[in-house]
Design a protein around this ligand. Structure first.
Ligand code: NAD
Ligand code: GLY
Length: 361
């Protein structure tokens, strides 16, 4: 069993464990009941995951709300359905919402927990690789608005994260690779995270590709642990994204624009992120932030994992740029880029001129 303790410097009440192990879902309430005094649970999930794992979360004191599957349902309407259900079953202040699913379910259920009766306990059971290494950790919860992704949300930390690596066995290759994009992101930002351990994630990924794709449970547990440690170190220093936390958006400035101009239908989030990482490495090379040698090394890992690196259409560059400007991380219309500067180091810059950016798209 691998355990990562998430501690938040500015918020002493928010420390919680991420437990990473095979088969946790078989005894989920044994862990859950250690971290909440809830009498009643509302399990939020979608139809795909309910059919796969719903039975494992049945409990005499648990009710389910099963939403339709998909990013298009990450809406205020679904949020309302969760809140309606919570009221209908008379969930009280000390009760608990459990998110069983990927990032879409985790983000929505967490936001419902944050606002229901001004905040009730919340537990994350992430079932995708992306949610196990990223979205279930750190407390960003949200729904989408018609005018922008994750535009309505909060920072609200869970009481516990249970990452059962067995759930990854039912994940298809495309979704698994989506999670791997976020994993590679951590390799490229590792040094700037300021962890007091050196994981050398780039090296780990270079050596363990075959075992990772075979879903070797021990390799996956270690991989998830490293990513969660890196993320928790960053969140500890900057929970509310006043500065450092923005490095977790490496590749995402482009990715959000890609998702936006393709209406969240063509690419998964991770696919957009891997294309975004390639574009930011291109930008860093063309502006001499990094050497050709590091550029080649970075690209070698992205291609080794067969992640997407190119759009398969020619975007309207102006539309693409405008879309980048509407990202949440923009201030005064200048785009913040998390740019690589050295091996596994990045920094945030906002002075790259439009023409240089357009040339690279
Ligand atoms: P997702 O939740 O849509 O899950 C992807 C697909 O896999 C869905 O069809 C889902 O039903 C299915 N699925 C989930 N678990 C499965 C399993 N074990 N076996 C088979 N199928 C399974 O997508 P995601 O990639 O997990 O998350 C993306 C979302 O996460 C986006 O909305 C993004 O904004 C959000 N996100 C949030 C954060 C954060 O910090 N809060 C970080 C990154 C991404
Ligand atoms: N996934 C980015 C963050 O949690 O800040």
């Amino acid at each position: 069993m691998n355990i990562v303790e998430v501690k938040i410097k500015a918020n002493k009440e928010s420390s919680y464990p991420i437990i990473i192990e095979q088969g946790l879902l078989d005894n989920a309430y044994k862990y859950i009941q250690k971290y909440t005094k809830a009498n009643k649970f509302l399990v939020v999930t979608n139809d795909t995951i309910f059919n796969l794992y719903g039975k494992k979360l049945e409990h005499q004191n648990a009710e389910f709300i099963v939403l339709p599957d998909g990013e298009i349902y990450k809406t205020m309407e679904s949020l309302n359905k969760i809140l309606d259900k919570a009221l209908e079953i008379k969930l009280e202040r000390k009760d608990c919402i459990i998110a069983l699913g990927g990032g879409v379910i985790g983000d929505m259920a967490g936001f419902a927990a944050a606002i229901y009766q001004r905040g009730i306990d919340f537990i994350q059971i992430p079932t995708t690789l992306l949610s196990q290494v990223d979205s279930s950790v750190g407390g960003k919860v949200a729904v989408n608005h018609t005018l922008g992704k994750n535009m309505v949300g909060a920072f609200y930390q869970p009481k516990l994260v249970l990452a059962d690596t067995n759930t990854l066995n039912s994940l298809d290759k495309r979704q698994f690779k989506t999670g791997l994009s976020e994993v590679l992101k951590y390799a490229f930002i590792e040094k700037t995270c300021n962890a007091n351990e050196n994981f050398d994630l780039y090296d780990f990924l270079s050596k363990n590709r075959a075992e990772i794709y075979k879903k070797n449970p021990e390799t996956l547990k270690r991989l998830i642990e490293i990513c969660c440690k890196l993320k928790s170190v960053v969140v500890n220093q900057d929970e509310k994204e006043k500065g450092l936390r923005a490095i977790l958006n490496f590749g995402h400035t482009y990715a959000h624009a890609i998702e936006n101009i393709t209406h969240y239908e063509k690419y998964t989030h991770g696919e957009a992120v891997s294309i975004g990482m390639k574009l930011i490495f291109d930008l860093a090379k063309s502006t001499n932030y990094i050497s050709g040698e590091y550029y080649n090394k970075a690209l070698k890992l992205i291609t080794k994992y067969e992640l997407l690196t190119e759009l398969d259409f020619n975007p309207d560059k102006e539309e693409f740029y405008t879309s980048m400007q509407s990202d949440k991380k923009v201030s005064n219309q200048s785009i913040n880029f998390v740019i690589p500067t050295n091996e596994y180091e990045v920094k945030i810059v906002n002075n790259i001129d439009k023409n240089t950016v357009l040339k690279g798209i």
